[in-house]
Design a protein around this ligand. Sequence first.
Ligand SMILES: *Cc1c(COP(=O)(O)O)cnc(C)c1O
Length: 547
Amino acid sequence: MDKKTIIQTQSDLVADWDTLFRVFIRPEGQASRATLIKYMDRILYGLNDFLKKHVGITEAKSLKDLSEKFTGTIISDNPEKKLADVITCLIEDIAPHAVNVASPYFIGHMTSAIPFFMVHLKTIVTALNQNVVKLETSKIVSVIEKQVIAKIHRMIYNQDDAFYQTHVQNTDTTLGVFVEGGTTANLSALWAARNAVFAPKTGFAGIESEGIAAAFRAYDVDRCVVLVSRLGHYSLRKAAGILGIGNQNVIVLDTDKNNRVDITKLKQIISRIGKENPKTCILAIVGIAGATETGTIDPLEEMAEICAEHHIHFHVDAAWGGPTLFSKQYKHLLNGIHLADSVTIDGHKQFYMPMSCGMLYLKDPKKLDVIAYYAHYVNRWGSVDLGIKTLPGSREANSLILDCALKIMGANGYALLIDHGIETAAAFAREINKRDSFQLMTPPTLNILTYRLCPAAIQNKLNTADKTQRQGICEKLNVINQRLQRIQREAGSSFVSRTTLLRDNNPDDSIVVLRTVIMNPMTTISILNEILDEQEEIFETQLKALL
Ligand SMILES: *Cc1c(COP(=O)(O)O)cnc(C)c1O
């Protein structure tokens, strides 16, 4: 079809009640029914071409060229397009410039292919348009949500049958909540931890009501801190900002050589805070189960023990790694997660759900009582309304998608995906070690690893170089890896991401690394080899002179 006819404004279109009625009623006539089915068909199959292509983050068109085409800011009075034309435009003009995150060559981020049934499930959820903030707009969906939350809770905490019988449909207790993503889940966890520490008492109505200054006075505290590894997700800093704790009070813990929290240093910091700043309150300690940059997992059991000893809220950020619990072979990597007071898991990551779905799970079913809000028209006292204890208000029925996905996949289906990612990442690491051009920087614990281009001869040089020589070489390597990542991305057939890590926790020794996340089941070791081949070729032909 000629693109111009699509983009052209259809000036004969008008907004009138006839048209409005047509878009709001159900497709009763055979003709309109057939039309709507045809449109769904176009969506499901029209995108096929796009999904089969290489990753094409750039295509030929630059972001600048694209943005110049999208500068009009006036909403047209009359309709510009019919549904059919809008769909055509999305499929033919927009999708080709979107990023094909479903490509098995797209291994740079935590966003990837999703099973195609997710599109169907999302469509049903949209068609039902339930609002899970309250029972009056969701009814059975609220019940199903409680059940699926209990299922995931059981996977994490593994309490006995009696516990789940008591809580699965209990309207007074909360085993978990659905929120928008890992960011809001982490925020909710710290919110609950904060309100529990600064709880109401005689003469003080609680921090939620009186605010942070009054809370500090009431409890004779002058600073609140959250402790997390250097690899902690930046959402924790956002949360500290929003909660009035201050993001500079998210204290970064040094990591050991395996990028896990250094337990000795953690103990030292806690005792130092106790001695030097007795008016500092440690609000929470966060353990990571699958760090965003390296996929590494903190020593959760030891951290839980320390938290229990000091009566500190222990939060585990398993936004990425949570679903590893499906794998019989690898779930031991998360040992100790059941000791966490709260656990973040993202549905849109390793549950392979569409954007976006976050969840927070609680060991104590009464834990979220401290963040409950009520209103007269909704979320009344004693009601089942799930919005009482969630940060979001109105929200879609993501729980239906998760519930159906669990039924379609089974725990074993998810385990296959998890095992594939972990094992492919391990094979990739072996391949990187085999090649002279590369240096593995953080070996994979789960399915994330980092490496860099650094020829063997240079690696040897680094081992014997003095400090200034080292710095000189490292700066060159940083530039090379930065450019390498960009050139490969621009070429458009594959994508790895890039981040900066610190050597030995030293802020003056930052290393640019290439980062890969292996979650697409179609990503095979031979594809990964192709990606390494391309990188070697880019280095040989374009970057070698920089060394
Ligand atoms: C992705 C991620 C988050 C943030 O989740 P969003 O869904 O992007 O808000 C938090 N923590 C970790 C470890 C993550 O990987």
